[in-house]
Design a protein around this ligand. Structure first.
Ligand code: 5GP
Ligand code: ZN
Length: 139
């Protein structure tokens, strides 16, 4: 629990939210400023800022709810698909510092873009550079 965290306040019931699913460790509720009908956020109830901060059992619990809920969200709003993603860190657009998974329903012809559109200019990496990046991640 973090004192000045909006999502901790939702977990504690101090700020109202439209809850759509709940387990012992995970809460899912509608985004207050939806990007699309049915835009849903899935959060661990415990306060962690980054996805990499989550203990394995909790990240598993969060993803279980995401996997179960995504088709239900789509069905509820008659969507054709969904983008599922996390803004991790301010540079990636994270505004609420309590890790949350966005489920954004998508509709044919809605004018949106795939998740590939979130990054800036694409780097032009040769094979050696790709090898080096892969090695750095493996280390
Ligand atoms: P971020 O940019 O951190 O990935 O996304 C934060 C999301 O939380 C935004 O989509 C925003 O609309 C949503 N949000 C911010 N404050 C509240 C709130 O008090 N209640 C709910 N339900 N959603 C919120
Ligand atoms: Zn929090």
């Amino acid at each position: 629990m973090s004192d000045d965290c909006i999502f901790c306040s939702i977990v504690d019931g101090d700020i109202p939210a439209r809850t759509v699913a709940e387990t012992d460790d995970v809460l899912a509720f509608l985004d207050a400023n939806p990007l699309a009908r049915g835009h849903t956020l899935v959060i661990p109830k415990a306060h962690h800022e980054h996805v990499g901060d989550l203990p394995a059992d909790l990240s598993g619990a969060v993803f279980d709810v995401v996997a179960e809920l995504t088709p239900r969200v789509q069905a509820a709003v008659d969507a054709d698909g969904a983008n599922v993603g996390i803004n991790d860190g301010a540079a990636a657009g994270q505004e609420v510092p309590h890790v949350h998974v966005h489920i954004v329903p998508r509709f044919e012809g809605d004018g949106g873009a795939p998740i590939h559109a979130v990054a800036g200019e694409r780097p032009d990496l040769d094979d050696d550079e790709l090898d080096a990046v892969a090695e750095a991640i493996r280390e």
